[in-house]
Write a protein that binds this ligand. Structure first.
Ligand SMILES: [Zn+2]
Length: 119
């Protein structure tokens, strides 16, 4: 006999999913804000403390910061489209732990080439 889940438990799962999505959305918004601030900082000379020193704009830092902003914006766009949480390469579901760690990541560990053979 196939096990049929009660509508109640499905509803519960749906609620949890919604809660997780809005949690991740908040994370994304936070990170977008931070990444934009970093991009603005990287783009012009600024003072850092401590120690007090002037940091010159570095092309590398600007590149990195704008890549972050773009990745986060893309993730938010995917969320709005209802595509968020799946790998853009293989369409596998991304584990929640991975998304919590890096909510803008759009590749599963395998597609991102992160899988390492354990010794
Ligand atoms: Zn993948």
């Amino acid at each position: 006999m196939a096990e049929i889940r009660s509508p109640g438990s499905l509803m519960e799962e749906c609620r949890q999913y919604d809660a997780q999505l809005s949690e991740l959305r908040m994370l994304l918004d936070e990170r977008l804000h931070a990444a934009r601030a970093e991009l603005a900082l990287a783009s012009e000379p600024h003072e850092v403390t401590p120690p007090v020193a002037w940091v010159r704009p570095s092309a590398e830092a600007v590149r990195r910061a704008s890549r972050d902003v773009a990745a986060i914006e893309a993730a938010i766009e995917r969320m709005d489209l209802g595509l968020y949480g799946t790998c853009t390469e293989c369409e596998a579901f991304l584990p929640l732990d991975r998304l919590r760690l890096a909510p803008h990541v759009q590749l599963c560990a395998a597609c991102a080439g992160e899988t390492r053979m354990s010794a």
